[in-house]
Design a protein around this ligand. Structure first.
Ligand code: 13P
Length: 250
């Protein structure tokens, strides 16, 4: 019912030749029927990547956008600019942006609206810090972040949002959340969406897990009732590993 979605978040890695070589390697392989495959790359790679994936089922995403359409915002990139390039997805509110670039629940929400204004699909990241998990605050943190992200969205927009639950302590650490724990939080996020909208909306929203996902553990996550894919950093950087992730999501 929900199409699984594997998204590679390349973060600040790869030059243009490295990025286009990667696509040549995964073409026809990281294309599995019934699985959506998305590469979220640095801004500089996007025009070349959009060109490189033409004729394939692979989609391209950005890792951030500004919430205005244009304006005096030195160094920023707007949704209008991304749409013009042919980008389909955009990651919003990644914990690295919240931590290092002062992203707040309020700017996340503004960016989600900017994505929809420009017909881009937002991948909205939520997730708790280690100290919050240890203090038993995981669900509360996810509730605040999820409700803020969805604020003001109409039902038809809400159905298109992809949520990525990424516990911060599991990112790049090799310490992944167990599939059962991740599923419990993700099922909880789905109940929040039911409360905000209704069950039929919540049933179609795709919710990914992210945090040290690799080819060796992706199938276990995908086997859970509420996990609809993965947002993957490190293991998305090598073609063979990325192909294995997409195959593992079948
Ligand atoms: O931050 C992540 C994806 O957005 C997860 O990163 P890793 O897969 O490297 O842990």
């Amino acid at each position: 019912m929900r199409t699984p979605i594997i998204a590679g978040n390349w973060k600040m890695f790869k030059t243009v030749p490295e990025a286009t070589d990667f696509i040549q390697e995964i073409k026809g392989k990281a294309e599995v029927e019934g699985v959506e495959s998305v590469i979220c790359a640095p801004f500089t790679n996007l025009p070349a990547l959009v060109e490189a994936v033409k004729g394939t089922s692979i989609k391209i995403g950005a890792q951030n956008l500004h919430f205005a359409e244009d304006g005096a915002y030195t160094g920023e990139i707007s949704g209008r600019m991304l749409k013009d390039l042919g980008v389909d997805y955009v990651i919003i509110g990644h914990s690295e942006r919240r931590q290092y670039f002062a992203e707040t629940d309020e700017t996340v929400n503004k960016k989600v609206h900017a994505a929809f204004r420009n017909d881009l699909t937002p991948i909205v990241c939520v997730g708790e810090k280690l100290e919050e998990r240890e203090a038993g605050q995981t669900k509360e943190v996810c509730k605040v972040q999820t409700e803020a992200a969805f604020a003001g969205l109409a039902k038809d927009q809400a159905t298109k949002v992809v949520v990525a639950y990424e516990p911060i302590w599991a990112i790049g650490t090799g310490k992944s959340s167990t599939a059962q724990d991740a599923n419990e939080v993700i099922a909880y996020i789905r109940t929040l969406i039911t409360e905000l909208y209704d069950e039929s909306t919540a049933n179609v929203v795709r919710i990914q897990y992210g945090g040290s996902v690799k080819p060796e553990n992706v199938t276990e996550y995908m086997g859970q009732s509420d996990i609809d894919g993965a947002l993957v950093g490190g293991a998305s950087l090598q073609p063979a590993s990325y192909i294995a992730l997409v195959e593992g999501a079948k």
